[in-house]
Design a protein. Sequence first.
Length: 291
Amino acid sequence: MVDFQQWMRHRGRGKCAMDIVRRVRRCVLSRQIHGSSNPFDSPPMKTLVVMNEKGGVGKTTLVAHAGWFFAERHRTLLIDLDQQANLTATLGAQVGAIDSVELFAQVSRVPRIGALSVARSTRDLLGVEGVERSCIETFRDSLAGMADDYDVCVIDTPPSLTNRTFGALLAADAVLAPIGLHDYSIQGVAELLRAIRGVANFYGRSEPEFLGLLPSVFDRKSRREREMFEQLAGQVGQLLFPGLVAKRDSYARAGSEGLPVWQMKGAAAREAGQEVRAVLARVGERLGLAP
């Protein structure tokens, strides 16, 4: 059996970063003009993967707020695949009776708990990296089995390309990539896009919709980050998701209290809430979720 990670490394040889970015950018533009080749007609549940190979980009904060936001109108499932378990800690009240690692071990379902349910992270997730590739397909089949149980599923992935990440990508309808401008690189963007395309090609499925790169933990006061944003827009503007999530203390306070930032007191929290809700409303629209 071909090892998927070896296949990925082989596929990446001789391909410069900008070539990969240009190809995906053309694909995104074509979808915007002609319509998506993956219109989210089936299955009923929409699965969004939030991923980046680097930590510290606000990934978990975004997933938690996506859960709170979508649960206002939709049956929502969050899956924590990061062994650091920050999402699990933030949403403790919604955590169900199943560990996310079980979704890789055998076809499993996550029991619904109200409008928002969470499959929790444990250290056992690290064991997924030492097993056969079939666990990736098992994860996909687990999500397919819950297609009628939930309206939307959002997956928090580890900051690395692992079996867990590949399983999430195989099950994905769409991918959103929050990025930090303090350490942005075109090579990193290319590697992320290569992984998305590589999983689809290897398993013979259509590519998930790439929603875009979302500037996150953006420090508006930093001249360097403003310059990096301009550079990013110039290089991969077509791949930028409309909107950004600024760096704010309000998110840390909200996370520690297990609440969405729009339920916190203070003008800064209200501004943050308006900002992230606008981003998530656009995400929901792209997923085809009813407003």
